[in-house]
Design a protein around this ligand. Structure first.
Ligand SMILES: *[C@@H]1O[C@H](CO)[C@@H](O)[C@H](O)[C@H]1NC(C)=O
Ligand SMILES: *[C@@H]1O[C@H](CO)[C@@H](O)[C@H](O)[C@H]1NC(C)=O
Ligand SMILES: *[C@@H]1O[C@H](CO)[C@@H](O)[C@H](O)[C@H]1NC(C)=O
Ligand SMILES: *[C@@H]1O[C@H](CO)[C@@H](O)[C@H](O)[C@H]1NC(C)=O
Length: 325
């Protein structure tokens, strides 16, 4: 009986370990999402959507999805949502795959992949525009509710090498949820549009969205291949007005400096300073002269003056006081 007890304990312990090891495998097999679709949600904007697999077991587990975009640009991310919007060029097509993962335990094997594509738009090669360049300009600080920053947009391009003579191009831009078609084109000798000017746009020059520009076209002799391009706005940095927060910080700093100055003056007058901070016994006279001459002469900022005041003795301070006020 005495030898049986440890054996039993070991047996119990072993089965315990076995159960713990087996549990996660038994618990859940992840199934791939269903009805995965990709559609164009706007200019240079794709909307990916899928549904959880209806046969998925485990109602109370937190499912997530691992999305892999392979074209036009590789991207890899995880989400708990069943839809996802991507801003990317679409004239080369778009391909992505998605798999189900366990959100709470990424070590559990993920499901198999499901894939979907967005075909590149139809068109004859060499018919789309080339060398599309766009510039924005913040004209004036004329605030209206619709277009807070009064940004204008100017785009130019070259006609595709294989585009027939009767080709006509049309330019659109999208910023955020706003899309507009160009109304003012410049034309080449064959009356084909080769530049566009928007005097006012929905572009917010302080915004973080990228600008999507799309040019399609028509011809009797060929299908004109559309072209789209994304532009980062921060590359154009025209700061005509400092944002309110910047002004607020500047005023705050100035106020703090002023209050510190007043405070140190009061301390000085009431002879509190020497009580609070007994003078440093170090090489007194040398330090004093050094600070008075160099610091004061080099910079006239309040900060330096405060620093000086906290170090200098009577004679030096008189000089400072005169020049501060
Ligand atoms: C998937 O799509 C089919 C056909 O559109 C539809 O009948 C089905 O309900 C969808 N499944 C899910 C889980 O939404
Ligand atoms: C158009 O761009 C290509 C490269 O993208 C460049 O080689 C070519 O010189 C450009 N053409 C003009 C007219 O600017
Ligand atoms: C601001 O814009 C509005 C219309 O966009 C115009 O009527 C007004 O004259 C402009 N104001 C200034 C000061 O430019
Ligand atoms: C160009 O694109 C716009 C916006 O997507 C569309 O409304 C228009 O019909 C297209 N034009 C041609 C000629 O394809």
């Amino acid at each position: 009986v005495i030898t049986m007890a440890p054996t039993l304990l070991i047996l119990l312990w072993a089965t315990g370990i076995l159960q713990v090891d087996l549990l996660p495998d038994k618990k859940l097999v992840l199934l791939p999402p269903v009805n995965f679709t990709i559609e164009v949600a706007g200019l240079s904007q794709a909307l990916l959507r899928w549904e959880p697999n209806p046969d998925q077991e485990g109602r109370n587990v937190k499912l997530g999805y691992h999305v892999k975009i392979s074209a036009p640009q590789e991207e890899d991310y995880e989400t708990r949502s069943t839809e996802s919007k991507r801003v990317t060029i679409l004239h080369k097509g778009f391909s992505a795959s998605v798999q189900t993962i366990l959100w709470t335990d990424p070590s559990l094997p993920a499901s198999s992949w499901v894939s979907a594509d967005l075909e590149a738009p139809a068109g004859s090669p060499g018919t789309s525009v080339v060398n599309l360049t766009c510039t924005t300009n913040t004209a004036a600080n004329n605030y209206t509710h619709l277009r807070p920053y009064q940004v204008s947009l100017h785009c130019t391009w070259l006609v595709g090498k294989e585009a027939p003579e009767d080709t006509q191009y049309f330019l659109y831009y999208r910023y955020g949820s706003q899309t507009e078609e160009c109304q003012e084109y410049s034309k080449d000798t064959l009356k084909r549009n080769i530049a566009c000017w928007f005097p006012r746009t929905f572009i917010n020059s302080k915004g973080r969205d990228s600008l999507a520009v799309y040019v399609n076209g028509s011809s009797k002799h060929a299908v004109i291949k559309p072209f789209d391009q994304l532009f980062a706005l921060h590359a154009i940095g025209n700061d005509e007005q400092k944002p309110l927060t910047e002004w607020f910080l500047i005023v705050l700093m100035a106020t703090i400096c002023f209050l510190l100055l007043i405070f140190s003056l009061i301390c000085r007058i009431c002879h509190l300073w020497t009580k609070l901070f007994p003078p440093v016994p170090a090489p007194k006279s040398n330090v004093k002269d050094f600070f008075v001459t160099t610091h004061y002469e080099k910079t006239g900022s309040n900060e330096t003056e405060i620093e000086v005041i906290s170090y200098v003795e009577e004679p030096g301070f008189e000089v400072l006081e005169d020049s501060v006020f």
